[in-house]
Design a protein around this ligand. Sequence first.
Ligand code: IMP
Ligand code: MG
Length: 179
Amino acid sequence: MDIEKKVWEVLCSEEDIKLRLSELGKEIAEDYKDKNLYIISLLKGSFIFTADLVREINIPVKINFMTTSSYGHSEETSGNVEIVTDIDEDLTEYDILIVDDITDSGLTMKFVKDHLISRNAKSVKCCVLLDKPDRRQVEIQPDYVGFTIPDKFVVGYGLNYGDYYRNIPYVFVVTEKDR
Ligand code: IMP
Ligand code: MG
């Protein structure tokens, strides 16, 4: 990974993210105060977003993780979403909020949402840090969105390229430097 040859264009700074998460956390806590909130976070991309978001939600909440796959190491979705690790529990009592890093084609979110509905969860909504509506291939609109962004491949704050950049604390676009 030759970082010297890259240009980093920051889309969401650490301050932007912190502020937006505190707003989202308050909104979610208010909407779910009389419900049975169960956050299901989609690994690996949403691990940092989820860790920060749940600390802004001041009502009781259960948290669990599901692993899905579709991208491998490519920038484009393969179109086939698979559940690699499911939730091993009866979900009928819970108001589920799926948390993911980004909704791009929408295939992952739609697949996971339909799956959790088919498992008879009481309700199923979605929350994403980033929404790229221009890329949508299926009809799905996340209920809570951190930032709506243009059609660019972004990394950082959990989002990866080839499993790198997840640790960078802000969201940015990487491009090759012109020679
Ligand atoms: P979708 O199924 O096409 O909506 O894509 C969902 C998943 O693809 C996300 O959870 C991410 O893991 C990955 N993904 C989509 N767009 C990007 C991007 O710009 N950067 C990094 N990962 C992305
Ligand atoms: Mg993902």
